[in-house]
Write a protein that binds this ligand. Structure first.
Ligand code: 5RP
Length: 236
């Protein structure tokens, strides 16, 4: 690896390509969101073009995934058009030792949870910086909320021990608006001791569409690392 390359980018690229290598012909593939999954989508397109892979159809988890799939020539469908998803590839913002995740850094966690949960095999692609002992230690938990309920949901999240803040746009005045037209509250928790129970409690708040805790959903975690100056991929 040259000293000029960004190591995180190199790890993301390597792990994205590795995950795409696990997709077989004739499969229905969930296409995740984010910079790591973007490499997997690109690689799936390359494999299709080379004839290494045939007859795959993608289910995008976001507008971004849809645009990338079209760019790289991956045919797409919707959940109404299929009776199963064979494999899904998606990134994560944190991964704990039990393979539980925080997702939603790209505000796409609602659709991601639908698609990733339906997949027969859900492969998570991350660089080694995403591995944590406890969820919530490095990343705030994203919660998608319908706009009229933002204030009461923020109060309720405080009662659950969190410090909520409305996610603001970059290069856009005002808040981030999701692909569904909703808003995102990022919540800092001191420590998430019981992710399964917190996931349910937050989703039970009226006005919450979905939160970024993915508990018991991931099957395989592929971790991109740099060893002796070279990118390698480890499976958890
Ligand atoms: C989007 C997500 C992404 O998968 C997550 O934020 C990881 O992104 P990246 O691969 O760019 O680090 O959950 O909602």
């Amino acid at each position: 690896m040259t000293g000029l390359m960004d190591p995180v980018k190199v790890m993301k690229e390597e792990v994205g390509y590795k995950a795409a290598g696990r997709v077989e012909s004739n499969s229905i593939v969930g296409l995740g969101t984010g910079s790591t999954t973007a490499y997997a989508i690109q690689s799936l397109g390359d494999r299709l073009q080379k004839g290494e892979l045939e007859n795959i159809i993608g289910i995008p988890t976001s507008f971004q995934a849809e645009v990338l799939a079209k760019k790289y020539g991956i045919p797409l469908t919707t959940l109404d058009g299929v009776d199963r998803i064979d494999i899904a590839i998606d990134g994560a913002d944190e991964v704990d030792p039990q393979k539980n995740l925080i997702k939603g850094g790209g505000a796409a966690h609602t659709r991601e949870k639908v698609v990733d949960s339906l997949a027969e095999t859900f492969i998570v692609v991350v660089d080694s910086g995403k591995l944590v002992d406890k969820l919530g230690s490095t990343f705030k938990l994203p919660v998608e909320v319908i706009p009229m309920a933002v204030t009461p949901v923020m109060r309720s999240l405080e009662k659950l021990g969190g410090k909520p803040e409305l996610r603001m746009g970059v290069k856009k005045a005002g808040p981030v608006v999701t692909d569904q037209g909703n808003l995102v509250i990022d919540v800092q928790f001191e420590s998430i001791e019981d992710p399964a129970s917190l996931e349910v409690k937050i989703n039970n708040l009226p006005g919450v569409l979905e939160n970024g805790l993915f508990v018991g959903v991931a099957d395989v975690i592929l971790v991109g690392e740099i060893k002796d100056g070279k990118p390698v991929v480890r499976e958890i």
